[in-house]
Write a new protein. Structure first.
Length: 23
């Protein structure tokens, strides 16, 4: 979950694959 911290605004990265793109 270290990568998911900025996932909410980093949906363009690989970490976003764990969650749906909210952008």
């Amino acid at each position: 979950m270290p990568e998911q911290t900025g996932n909410h605004h980093n949906d363009g990265g690989g970490a976003s694959r764990t969650k749906p793109q909210r952008k």
